[in-house]
Design a binder for this molecule. Structure first.
Ligand code: PLP
Length: 386
């Protein structure tokens, strides 16, 4: 049966050219980048080339990028690494209620270790005012952590403006940019952000590789001690296969980003228009303008998102309710709840996240099955009286 994959914010398929680029690393190119013989030097060369591609993608200096095992590890490094390094200056951290669990739960952990965390609320669009960040700043604030793009709604947060506030007060500013990479231009030269995190598998590289941008000169405590890899900032023999794939992904995406995103945005609009014409009582969650080109979060009133997800899956359509990290639990999304959306409307929310693999036929197919699926589910709902 036809499968239409619309869950690219959870993970993406590995592109064929990326797969091809790492195949020699399973065979003859097996060296350890820290070894000084020829095998080691060959691995080192590939490894540094990958770093250059990732750095170029975000307009960073070559030595401002280090590799980790995933976006979550990167977030742990950023938050704990800065919190520990700055602890003598204070223990207050500002973040938001809509962060990814890798930030929220790390902040909650830091709370148990004596750090004081402010979780800023968001407005009904899921956005935050730079002024609210300013008002939350105290004399003991050492870190501000605010994501660039939200994984559930696709919202783009005003990171540049918030960064200017952070600069004004001399506070370190960290941004989770996992969802922004490849979908919007990221320019670390001009963005007032000190530390940022990325993940390979959200940009068509395999799972198990992440990156961390650390602005030159920033004080930072390493979390993983051992060898001298990554200038002592992250020990352990490098996942060279994942890293080379991540580099290749950045090389490919950077070249084709504008064109691909235009196509993806067109498809998303087609999906939205089609759903709104064919189905009643549908609401868009998130901001209609300040958002990624690929993400669509919709509430289908009188329908349980989990049932809708399962029914669509049976019809060959892969989507998500809330974030992949939160699903499995039937708790309503913390992101949508913090936007003031009633719990029952949160529980009818579905996320469609498009990617490079999607075609117009995919969208036509989804539009051909979804009205019927919703009609059947609503017919079973005691609350639906039409
Ligand atoms: C997926 C995701 C992460 C975590 O990345 P992993 O590599 O899966 O650990 C962090 N933040 C956001 C916004 C994400 O979407």
């Amino acid at each position: 049966m036809k499968r239409v994959y619309l869950d690219n914010n959870a993970t993406t398929p590995v592109l064929p050219e990326i797969f091809a680029s790492v195949q020699p690393l399973f065979k003859e190119l097996f060296g350890n980048p820290s070894s000084i013989h020829q095998e080691g030097r060959e691995a080192r060369a590939l490894f540094e080339k990958a770093r250059e591609h990732v750095a170029a993608m975000i307009h960073a200096q070559h030595d401002e990028v280090i590799f980790t095992s995933c976006g979550t590890e990167s977030a742990n490094h950023a938050l704990k690494g800065i919190a520990y390094a700055k602890n003598s200056k204070g223990n207050h951290i500002i973040t938001t209620k809509i962060e990814h669990p890798c930030v929220l739960n790390t902040c909650q952990y830091l709370q148990t270790k004596g750090f004081d965390i402010t979780f800023l609320p968001v407005d009904s669009y899921g956005l935050i005012e730079p002024d609210d960040v300013k008002k939350a700043i105290r004399s003991d604030t050492i870190l501000i952590s605010i994501m660039y793009a939200n994984n559930e709604t696709g919202n783009l947060l005003p990171v540049e403006e918030i960064g200017r506030v952070a600069r004004e007060y001399g506070i370190v500013f960290y941004s989770d940019m996992v969802q922004a990479l490849g979908k919007i231009d990221i320019n670390m030269e001009s963005l007032p952000v000190d530390i940022a995190t990325f993940s390979g598998h959200k940009v068509y590289a395999p799972k198990g590789v992440g990156a961390l941008y650390i602005r030159n000169g920033l004080e930072f405590d390493s979390l993983i001690h051992g060898g001298h890899q990554e200038q002592g900032r992250r020990a352990g023999t490098e996942n060279i296969i994942g890293i080379v794939a991540f580099g290749k992904a950045c090389e490919v995406i950077k070249k084709e980003m504008a064109e691909e995103n235009k196509k993806i945005e067109f498809l998303r609009q087609k999906l939205l228009d089609g759903i709104l014409t064919k189905i009643e009582d549908v609401h868009l969650n998130g901001h209609p303008i300040f958002r990624l080109p690929n993400t669509l979060n919709l509430s289908f009133e009188f329908v349980e998102a989990e049932s809708l997800l399962t029914a669509l899956d049976i019809h060959g359509v892969a989507v998500s309710s809330g974030s992949a990290c939160a699903s499995g639990s039937s708790e309503p999304s913390h992101v949508l709840l913090s936007m003031g959306i009633p719990p029952e409307v949160c529980q009818s929310a579905l996320r469609f996240s498009l990617g490079r693999g999607n075609t117009e036929e995919d969208i036509d197919y989804v539009l051909s099955v979804i009205p019927d699926v919703i009609g059947k589910l609503r017919a079973l709902s005691p609350l639906y009286k039409k």
